[in-house]
Each structure stands twice: as structure tokens, then as C-alpha cells.
Design a protein around this ligand. Structure first.
Ligand code: FMN
Length: 338
């Protein structure tokens, strides 16, 4: 059914238009998703799939990666569709339009996507207002929501810690966990912030912002890294994460190691690197830190490969576009049997 919709309708729309249509459908169509769940068309994963990490009980391993719901408008649908957590964002302090169009492309031959969106989003205050409203509903309180934060394009590298600190302060009250994103290839200079010298003050500001805003509950803090880091850089991030007592690492973002045009590539070609980076990180950080494996996860076997490499949880984005709304519940149910 979704395969037909994809072939005859979605592919005929521009990637950006299809994205906006899908987000609007998810935003307003959540009662339909709730009905599909009630009718057991989208069954939740059985208890055997549950994962406890960072003090949170996740109902299953597979969650939604950042970038689809940048403004936290569609959490209810995404949660009810069977994702075990929904990572919203990337949210920046001030609203910003992102890069000029076109900025997203389908790579149909590899079932991948390529994008250079550039953190188009409505800003931290708008996201916080929306999440506050979400948390007043029963579904919104049940949903596990991560908030992925970034810096504005116009903010200098020196001032970047202030941006992350601001976002953490404004958004932590509504977040189950926060992710410091320093790995998008589409904000000039952002990935340079992955160096230990630049990353340390960013993480410290984010942590201070979160603990200033939320007392009596520790909001877990993670960092999201790029697949294009060298192994030495990955080791350095792992050491810093241990030193600062971070709660986890999200690995990885889109890759620029391709020859298909501008922007970062996502989807199946990333899987091998995801497995390698997770395996490397797990050796470096020890058994306890939460590692979220993301990049190229499409099938339950893919998810198992990433989990077997040492991931605590997995995420996906591109596969949802190609596989459709029944994908998360299907994969999480399969994972319960492994
Ligand atoms: C269109 C698009 C937009 C994205 N935007 C963000 C973003 O704002 N922040 C972020 O951390 N990752 C973003 N990502 C990266 C995804 O979260 C994920 O790390 C990456 O796509 C690899 O996973 P996948 O192969 O399952 O898609 C984006 C990915 C795509 C395809």
C-alpha cells in the first residue's frame, strides 16, 4: 500500500514538498494513528523489547532520529506509530530559514536521501511552547522525547557554547534527554566543534543550562557525532564523554563521504560505518554508557547488527521515508523476538 503511494504520488513531489506534506499529515492525523494502534494495525512492541537506559524505560530499541520533526509538531503520531522515542530538532536558539532550495534529494537507487537543510527551524522558544502543550496531554506525557540542539548559523564558534546553553535551559524542562549536535555537515564550521577543545565548553554550558532549568531530575546529556571523524577523533570524543560524565553518544549523522552532489547522505550506505563507530565507541566507553546507533538502519537485521556491535538503542529516519508509517512498529516487534 505505502509502496504504491510512494511510487505514484510521493516520488512525483519534490523531496521538500513531500516532507512538509508528511509532517502535516503526522501533525494533524494523530487521531488516525491512535485509531490504527487501537485496532492493532500498529501494534506496540511486547515487553520483551524493552530497554532501560539513562534511567529511562524505553519500550523498544528503535526510535526516530533527529531532523524529521524539527519543530516538535508531530510527536504524538510518531510515538503512537511505534517509535520507542522521538528525537525532535535540531532546534537552534533563534528561528532560522535554513539553506536555499533545493536542499533535499532522494537517491532512489540506494534508497537513500541527501540533504543540506541547514537547521531550518522555528527556534527554541517555539519548540518549548509546543513541548509544554504536548506534555499536558496523556499521550504527550507518555512519549519519550529527546531534544536535539544546535547553534544558529550566524553564531560564531566562540559564542557557540552560549547557543547550546540557551537551548538546554529552555528545552530541558520538557526533554527526556538532550543531544548536543555538532555533526551536521550543513552549518558551516559546525563539525569543527567536535574537536575536544571546542566541544568541552559546549557540553559544559549545555549541562549547566539543563541543570539550572531542571532541579530534582537529571536530564541526560548526549553528543551526536559525524561518521566522517577519524578513529582518533572518535576516541577523543569518547574520552571526553567519559571525563565529563556524559550520559551517551549518538553515532552517527549523515556523511559527506560521497560523490552524489551537495549535502549529507543518509540511508543504507551508512550502515557499515555505523556498526564500526558503535563497536569502537563501546570498547572505549565501557559497558555502561548509552550508545545510540543511527545511520542506515532499515531491517530488523540491520538493527540487530548495530545492537550487537554495542548500541543500547537504535534510530532511523531515511527508512521511514521509504518504508512508511508501519515501519517502526514492525521493526520493534521483530526486535522483541531476537
Ligand atoms: C532530511 C534530513 C534532515 C536531517 N536533519 C537533522 C538534524 O536537524 N539534526 C540531526 O542531528 N540530524 C539530522 N539528520 C540526520 C539523521 O538524524 C540521521 O543521523 C541520519 O539521517 C542517518 O540515519 P538514517 O540513515 O536512518 O537516515 C537529518 C537527516 C535527513 C535525511
Amino acid at each position: 500500500m505505502y509502496a504504491l503511494l510512494f511510487r505514484w504520488v510521493i516520488v512525483r513531489m519534490s523531496t521538500e514538498r513531500a516532507h512538509h506534506a508528511a509532517v502535516a499529515a503526522l501533525r494533524w492525523g494523530w487521531p488516525l494513528v491512535a485509531a490504527a494502534r487501537w485496532l492493532r494495525l500498529m501494534r506496540p512492541a511486547p515487553a520483551a523489547a524493552a530497554v532501560r537506559a539513562m534511567g529511562i524505560d524505553f519500550p523498544a530499541p528503535l526510535g526516530l532520529a533527529a531532523g524529521l520533526d524539527k519543530n516538535a509538531v508531530a510527536v504524538k503520531s510518531l510515538w503512537l506509530a511505534g517509535f520507542s522515542h522521538v528525537e525532535v530538532g535540531t532546534v537552534t536558539p533563534k528561528p532560522q530559514p535554513g539553506n536555499e532550495l533545493p536542499r533535499a534529494w532522494r537517491e532512489l537507487d540506494i534508497r537513500g536521501l541527501r540533504n543540506r537543510m541547514g537547521f531550518n527551524n522555528e527556534g527554541a522558544d517555539a519548540a518549548a511552547r509546543r513541548l509544554a502543550t504536548l506534555r499536558r496531554s496523556a499521550v504527550g506525557r507518555a512519549a519519550i522525547v529527546g531534544v536535539n540542539i544546535g547553534k544558529n548559523k550566524t553564531t560564531s564558534a566562540e559564542d557557540a557554547p552560549l547557543d547550546y546553553g540557551y537551548c538546554a535551559r529552555v528545552l530541558a524542562p520538557y526533554a527526556d534527554y538532550l543531544v548536543v549536535n555538532v555533526s551536521s555537515p550543513n552549518t558551516p564550521g559546525l563539525r569543527d566543534l567536535q574537536s575536544v577543545a571546542a566541544l568541552r565548553p559546549i557540553l559544559e554550558h549545555a549541562r549547566a543550562g539543563a541543570s539550572e532549568a531542571v532541579r530534582g531530575r537529571k536530564v541526560p546529556l548526549l553528543v551526536k557525532i559525524a561518521p566522517d571523524l577519524t578513529d582518533e577523533d572518535i576516541d577523543a570524543v569518547a574520552s571526553l564523554a567519559l571525563e565529563l560524565g556524559l550520559d551517551g553518544i549518538v553515532a552517527t549523522n549523515t556523511t559527506i563521504a560521497h560523490d552524489r552532489g551537495p549535502g549529507g547522505l543518509s540511508g543504507p550506505p551508512l550502515l557499515g560505518r555505523t556498526v564500526d563507530v558503535i563497536a569502537r565507541l563501546r570498547v572505549r566507553v565501557g559497558a555502561d554508557m548509552c550508545l545510540i546507533g543511527v545511520g542506515g538502519v532499515t531491517t530488523a537485521d540491520d538493527a540487530v547488527a548495530v545492537l550487537d556491535a554495542g548500541a543500547t538503542l537504535v534510530q532511523g529516519y531515511t527508512a521511514l521515508v521509504y518504508e512508511g508509517p508501519f515501519w517502526p512498529s514492525r521493526i520493534n516487534r521483530k526486535l522483541a523476538t531476537r
